[in-house]
Ligand binder design. Structure first.
Ligand code: F6P
Length: 368
């Protein structure tokens, strides 16, 4: 019987439990044994009770649970070869040669490296006398399939990462709450949202709430964002707006690549010689990541989980490590490392302030 392991890694995101549920049940449905690796890569490295066989009923009710019930961790040991060697040993001890990983691009890249190193890890385990050659005969190829779980929606090649719409919904809800009090006092609010390297959450929250101004890490603002924001907020106030909402991603940068902080924005809005607005800062923090998934993320988690198990069962040694994407509303498999590479290329084009090239690279995905 084929044994398939499922693991969540990196920052949790709403919908991860839906992924685990779908993978466990699809694996069982296809006649395989399903395993969960608890605590992310830490569970692979430590093995023992952290790798558990799952039954159909073990994941009952998981669609409506927030976070990840099988845990996640940032595992330093997996960055070192001895950690990966221990992970390979634990997998063989459990008879597992296929893992579905739900995490961000960092976690998925780690998995691809592990796969590339797999034959040499097996050789080392044999030469150290951990296994006899015949014991590893059927484990020659490691099969990895990725599912992108992140609230940031920061991977090129997929329209939405699992969790991003839940976080966006949470942000919109919070901004609506803030707007009521802002309007009452005619105040300004600077609302910090997550997104260290990617401004999708901030930008979409700005669109969805009709914010006055948005700051993101992709540096699109004018050379002089202070003048620009001043002008726009002043205009809106002149039109009779009683509230000012500025959304700022935690990794926001100006056109020169310098950090823009909520305090800098607040100081400008509150400046007595300028706008002079009574201003507050609200940092939404991990409220954005916790809680249950919205319907879209549950649907995405389920459809992609099912596809991930199919991808595992149809893979050959020649198949490149793939991830499951959603493109133009279709659930499809794509080569993982190309998407990671595209994401990096877009980021570095933005770094060079070449926005035309960055847009071109993004468009290229759709013409495949
Ligand atoms: O990558 C997801 C994310 O939520 C980012 O938006 C945020 O910058 C980061 O994780 C926060 O990480 P931590 O939970 O480790 O503080």
């Amino acid at each position: 019987k084929k044994k398939i392991a499922i693991m969540t890694s990196g920052g949790d995101s709403p919908g991860m439990n839906g992924v685990v549920r779908a993978c466990v049940r699809m694996a069982i449905h296809m006649g395989c044994d399903a395993y969960c690796v608890y605590e992310g890569y830490e569970g692979l490295v430590q093995g023992g009770d952290l790798i558990r066989k799952m039954e159909w009923h073990d994941v009952r009710g998981w669609l409506s649970e927030g976070g990840t019930l099988i845990g996640t961790a940032r595992c330093m040991a997996f960055y070192e070869r001895p950690g990966r060697l221990a992970a390979a040993k634990n997998m063989i001890l459990n008879g597992i040669d296929a893992i579905i990983i739900c995490g961000g691009d960092g976690s998925l890249t780690g998995a691809d490296r592990f796969r590339a190193e797999w034959p040499s890890l097996l050789d080392e385990l044999v030469s150290k006398g951990e296994f006899k050659p015949e014991q590893i005969e059927s484990f020659k190829h490691l099969n990895i399939v990725g599912l992108v779980g992140s609230i940031d929606n920061d991977l090129s090649g997929t329209d939405a990462t699992i969790g991003c719409y839940s976080a966006l919904a949470r942000i919109c809800y919070a901004v609506d709450l803030i707007e009521a009090t802002a309007s009452s006092h005619s105040r300004a609010f600077v609302i910090e949202v997550m997104g260290r390297h990617c401004g999708w959450l901030a930008l979409m929250a700005g669109v969805a709430t009709g914010a006055d101004f948005v700051f993101i890490p992709e540096k699109p603002s004018e050379h002089n964002w202070k003048e620009e924001m001043y002008r726009i907020v002043q205009e809106h106030r002149k039109l009779g707006k009683r509230k000012t909402i500025v959304i700022i991603a935690e990794g926001a940068l100006d056109r020169q690549g310098k950090k823009i902080t909520p305090t800098m924005v607040k100081d400008l809005l509150a400046d007595k010689n300028g706008l002079g607005l009574d201003t507050r800062i609200t940092t939404l923090g991990h409220v954005q990541r916790g809680g249950t998934a919205v319907a879209y993320d549950r649907m995405l988690a389920t459809l992609q989980g099912v596809e991930a198990v199919k991808a595992v069962l149809e893979a050959t040694p020649e198949t490149k490590t793939c991830f499951i994407a959603i493109t133009e509303n279709k659930i499809i498999r794509k080569p993982l490392m190309e998407a990671v590479q595209d994401t990096k290329q877009v980021s570095s084009a933005i770094e060079r302030q070449d926005f035309d090239e960055a847009m071109g690279l993004r468009d290229a995905e759709f013409s495949e």
